[in-house]
Design a binder for this molecule. Structure first.
Ligand code: HEC
Length: 97
């Protein structure tokens, strides 16, 4: 892609260089997904039968992204699709809006 577009996408990801997001998808293009439109349901469906994640506790836990990306969490069915895993990792990398 042209360098200007790349730079624009990069700067729209405020947490690009924060610890804990290096394991996320490289060069993610941020999407309109938010906690209320997508991520809240993801954590409810795949995590909160064992955990009690909220938008705030997810943002305070640097292990969430790596655990999901490594497919360690959730440890049992139902598990998210590959598409939903990559979508949630993008949401994390894009600052968990
Ligand atoms: C079936 C129950 C279960 C589900 C569902 C589940 N977890 Fe876990 N999770 C655990 C248990 C038990 C531990 C502690 C033991 C371990 O680390 O394996 C844990 C530990 C963790 C940790 C801490 C690991 C560390 O060492 O820092 C994180 C982060 C985590 N889970 C995130 C998630 C996320 C995100 C999801 C949803 C995608 C999820 N979990 C779904 C049971 C679950």
């Amino acid at each position: 892609m042209p360098i200007q577009v790349f730079t624009m996408l990069r700067s729209s990801c405020s947490r690009w260089t924060d610890p804990g997001v290096h394991d996320g998808p490289k060069y993610a293009q941020c999407t309109p997904d938010t906690w209320s439109s997508f991520a809240g349901k993801f954590f409810q469906d795949y995590c909160n039968r064992c955990h009690g994640f909220t938008q705030q506790t997810v943002s305070q836990d640097p292990n969430v992204g790596p655990e999901i990306q490594g497919r360690y969490m959730p440890p049992s069915s139902p598990k998210p699709s590959t598409a939903d895993v990559s979508r949630i990792l993008t949401w994390i990398q894009c600052g968990e809006p």
